[in-house]
Design a binder for this molecule. Sequence first.
Ligand code: UTP
Length: 287
Amino acid sequence: MKPIRKVVIPVAGHGTRVLPATKAFPKELLPVVDRPLIHYVVEEAFEAGIEHVVFVTGRNKAAIEDYFDHAFELETSLKEKGKVEILEDVQSSVFQPGQMSFTRQQAPAGLGHAIWCARDIIGDEPFAISLPDVIVRGAPGCLKQMVDQYNQVGGNMIAVEEVPREEVHKYGVIAPKSTDGRLMEMSGMVEKPAVEDAPSNFSIMGRYILQPEIFALLAKTGKGAGGEIQLTDAMAELLSQQQFFALNYEGESHDCGSKLGWMKANLAFGVDRPEFAADLKAFAKEL
Ligand code: UTP
């Protein structure tokens, strides 16, 4: 079984749900507490043993490259002023040379199309996908839990979490075939089902491990929901050929691609930080 060495992080979307905040800078750099969304997602990937990050970028996304590089003037100035702690924090997001690649999706034709753009960089090996607007609270992180399971069972894997039954119509939902603890083998998946038709209340939340055969399927996947090339459509096809698992991981996801989700994430991650917890809780009560 080949190990999971690379993660694809698609960052080429327009982020329309959080406009106008993202009119002039990438959604993936929206901060939660004191670091951008993409920082949490990359940290989670490295914790899972990922060695190489492939960003699928688009226009106006160059700031993401800069975020993971040295900022010499800033670092020099912090050093001169003796602000060592801040300097260390700033440098913690610098990648090792050769640890990241960038490929371009010229137009946001859909998540499936964005992933297909990474085909040559991934090559013939299984890989992970992390959606950068979803950040996860939980230790160990979601991707580490998935990689640990994948190393036992192989195949393809989607992280899922339970949502209230009456809300399944907002999500991609999986159909479980058999269950072994938190791991389920899947028989199918449906995008935004009606409550009465939903095969479960386990929603797909933005972390995947896929075999490279997905690329050939993506290449012939036509436009689906919203006129976009959907990853879900190609995964449904792959599921008819290969084993697919769903992991009900331990933790909770925050969809920061929505305004309410982003505000809640700031509260949740804020109270996780000892220096802010008491004040933030008191303020929330007061509100
Ligand atoms: P979303 O649908 O959440 O992102 O896709 P979006 O399209 O930017 O947001 P809205 O719906 O307009 O508000 C999940 C991730 O996939 C990327 C996005 O950048 C986002 O991080 N994506 C989506 C692409 O890279 N390319 C696409 O064509 C679509």
